[in-house]
Design a protein. Structure first.
Length: 229
């Protein structure tokens, strides 16, 4: 636990780190890895005041950091805040320390709650992310479907353009013959209307009875009309 914690804090490049262990050799091994200071655990009282963050994880059956020890350290620090993280079970830090001003003590139980809260937040985030993904996938499928309709749209436009040109040519010829412009325009509009309406009306006349209702609803949707009852 201490090695993992040290690796995390060491990556943040603190000004200094210290390791205290009952076996000084073990503390020195960690100190060499992280360019830190090694001291015997009995000297903890001498270095505690210099630590802004204290992480403890021993197998001691009794607390190794008591309220009095922390009070003396805070006095030396002139009550600058200190963060203490107790990873030991049973605890290394007396419970009374948590009620002291200028000390922020977190135990394994506290960290477990933080983890649970984090998991809940991530679950909510995952749910939200899934909603976003579903919406984007739906948008993409709609876009893909619209791309499949492009040839049909192009064919409709081409057919409309041919009808327009044919009607326009007839109108120009009539104007060249000297026909009244009002009559030419009336004939032009009628020709376009008949040409554009020929397709749907022909379908309605020849559709099978079983399909008539579906075709009627489709045409109403396409032309945005509602047939009178």
């Amino acid at each position: 636990m201490i090695e993992l914690t040290a690796a995390h804090f060491g990556a943040q490049r603190p000004r200094a780190m210290s390791f205290a262990n009952r076996t000084l050799e073990r503390a020195e091994q960690l100190a060499r890895r992280f360019a830190a200071q090694a001291v015997p655990l009995d000297d903890l009282a001498d270095i505690l005041a210099a630590q802004d963050i204290v992480v403890t994880s021993t197998a001691s059956p009794l607390p190794i950091i008591g309220k009095g020890l922390v009070e003396r350290a805070l006095k030396v620090r002139r009550h600058r805040p200190m963060l203490m993280i107790d990873l030991a079970v049973p605890r290394d830090v007396e419970a009374e320390v948590a009620r002291m001003d200028d000390v922020f003590l977190y135990t394994v139980d506290d960290l477990g709650k933080v983890v649970q809260d984090g998991q809940q937040t991530r679950r909510h985030a995952v749910s939200h992310a899934e909603e976003i993904i579903d919406a984007k996938v739906l948008d993409f499928m709609r876009w893909l479907a619209s791309r499949e309709a492009v040839p049909t749209i192009r064919a409709l436009r081409d057919q409309g353009e041919r009808a327009r040109r044919h009607a326009l040519d007839q109108a120009l010829r009539r104007l060249q013959r000297g026909d009244a412009p009002e009559q030419v325009l009336e004939a032009l509009s009628q020709a376009l209307t008949n040409k554009l309406m020929h397709g749907p009306t022909a379908v309605l006349h020849h559709v099978q009875e079983a399909d008539r209702e579906q075709v009627v609803r489709l045409l109403e949707r396409v032309y945005q009309i509602r047939a009178r009852e």
